[in-house]
Design a protein around this ligand. Structure first.
Ligand code: ADP
Length: 240
């Protein structure tokens, strides 16, 4: 792919004798929304952790914007990360939670307040800046986590089952919000989910994983209408 922005080049990962990711080759374009879809234990989170810098590949290379990144520490990769357990600090306000990564890096007070304001605007949370997490709904809390991930204005955002803890209605609203944010900011998003419907409705492309390998990669309609293996057909056919 010519416009490859993120590239996994023959990446494998083992934990002891357990091979979790096997010779992964994957190109993601700038501004693309790509879901890693597969059953629990298929290696999706491990792939995201290697991209974020929290795990090292056993072999292979990872590239981003033509730079090799697999030896860089997480804070040198400028990728925003959102997890299912968004882990907000309960004793801090929304603003303080969002400002936390800036504080850790010694950002000036003026720059901090400017950045926090921009991040709050991005997720339309300005009115709730002084509340504490316990005074927010689950969806609002997830939005705070999103704002915190966007605080350094990354080009790439990695999300690991970010909506798994929300009820159906809220999940559908947040799916729309995340898609909207992706478009508005031109973000490259790598989104881990085991939810077929979620992957089909949100993604530009879906990589379907089975035991650490890509079974099929393609647009939602390609995956849905033309599953290339029995595994994909059965997995996509399962209803939630
Ligand atoms: P998924 O996100 O698709 O559920 P994971 O990447 O979390 O899959 O896990 C893939 C496999 O790797 C699982 O069998 C899991 O138990 C194992 N695994 C993940 N992290 C570790 C670790 N730090 N140490 C040992 N095994 C791990």
């Amino acid at each position: 792919m010519d416009n490859s922005f993120i590239r996994f080049d023959d990446v494998s990962k083992s934990f002891g004798a357990l091979k979790v990711v096997e010779e992964l080759n994957l190109d993601i374009g700038k501004g693309e929304f790509v879901s890693l879809l597969g059953p629990s234990g298929s290696g999706k989170t491990t792939i995201l952790m290697m991209l974020a810098g929290f795990e090292n590949p056993t072999s292979g290379a990872i590239w981003s914007d033509r730079k090799r990144i697999d030896k860089l520490p997480p804070h040198k990769r400028n990728m925003g990360v959102v997890f299912q357990n968004y882990a907000l600090f309960p004793h801090m306000t929304v603003s303080e939670n969002i400002a936390f990564p800036l504080k850790m890096r010694g950002t000036s007070r003026a720059d901090t307040s400017e950045r926090v304001k921009r991040a709050l605007d991005m997720v339309q949370l300005g009115a709730l800046a002084e509340r504490r997490p316990s005074q927010l709904s689950g969806g609002q809390q997830q939005r705070v986590a999103l704002a915190r991930a966007l605080i350094f204005e990354p080009e790439v955002v990695l999300m690991d089952e970010p909506l798994g803890a929300l009820d159906k209605q809220l999940r559908e609203q947040m799916q729309l919000d995340i898609r909207d944010l992706h478009k508005r900011l031109g973000l490259t998003v790598v989104f881990v989910t085991h939810d077929q419907t979620e992957a089909l409705t949100m993604s530009d492309r879906i990589a379907v994983f089975n035991h650490g390998k890509i079974e099929q990669i393609g647009s939602p309609s390609e995956i849905y209408d033309h599953p290339s293996t029995r595994f994909v057909a059965e997995f996509i056919g399962e209803t939630n």
